[in-house]
Design a binder for this molecule. Sequence first.
Ligand code: KG4
Ligand code: ZN
Length: 336
Amino acid sequence: FSRPLVLGIESSCDESAAAVVAADGTIVAQAIASQDEAHRPFGGVVPEIAARAHVEVLGPMVEQVLAEAGMELADLDAIAATAGPGLIGGVMVGLVTGKALAMAGDRPLIAINHLEGHALSPRLADRELAFPYLLLLASGGHCQILEVRGVGEYRRLATTIDDALGEAFDKTAKILGLGYPGGPAVERLAAEGDPKAVPLPRPLKGSAEPHLSFAGLKSAVLRAFESGQYEKADIAASFQQAALDCVIDRTTRALADAGEVGALVVAGGVAANKSLRTALEALAEENGLGFVAPPMKLCTDNAAMIAWAGQERLAAGLVAEGGDPLDVAARPRWPL
Ligand code: KG4
Ligand code: ZN
């Protein structure tokens, strides 16, 4: 495998993950444990449950990944661990695990911003993807549009002023009684409904402001459901249509604000949504841009993207000799 070899660790939300990634983007070994079952009864992620689960899972998982890679700690060139933003208890578990490994193996630690992991994951998926590109980052916790000019060079063009897009899917799923996580369930049910059946608002659509907003849409979904007038499938389909209309409108707006870019890229858990991918691909084509959406398992939270962000930072010369200081703090908030 091409060096450097980087171990990535991710624990900022409800996925515990570890992966070894080579310099050429080969994912040598990876593992991921989702905590969906543990959080399902609560309809959302419970931070304390998440942190405890990371504690149980991460240590053995790192051992397993190294064994699968046929490597020992000493074979690695660096350890990249998510240092934020995210649920602080979970972030601390992964970061401390990374620090302990770095110390035990005398390897450099690279503290990674989880959002940078998402922002660069498309380049792991498509090694031809060049800077600059416009990125829609849409997950359960984050929703923003970034101009990615290079490693460490991010210009935020838009951000949600209330809920994240994935959060809107999750809340809609909760209202409709579809369980957690909600995105895939809403998408499935939407396929059986009429996207024009329920009149729903498109918050900020056409607005000169560059931002996104989904709270009003969620409230309208709740009112539509409580009115008892509509089929669940029609509500799901109409919600998805309204949300995508907003996203496309806001992305169009961001494209106008951005400097020249070569591609439109989507990342984060909501990028799994096929209707969203189709709509963005059409927008990219209209604007003469390439379109990149990483495969599902690189879109949702994973450790390969964290290891890859470590690779990108190393290659760009952004990692200090000997790595980041071992007292680097876990950060609940950390804008790119
Ligand atoms: O990136 P991710 O795994 O975790 C966060 O960092 O939040 O994203 C998870 C989010 C959840 O809100 C989930 O409902 C949403 O992505 N999601 C989807 C779909 N698959 C996952 N939303 C819409 N359609 C989907 N198919
Ligand atoms: Zn994420």
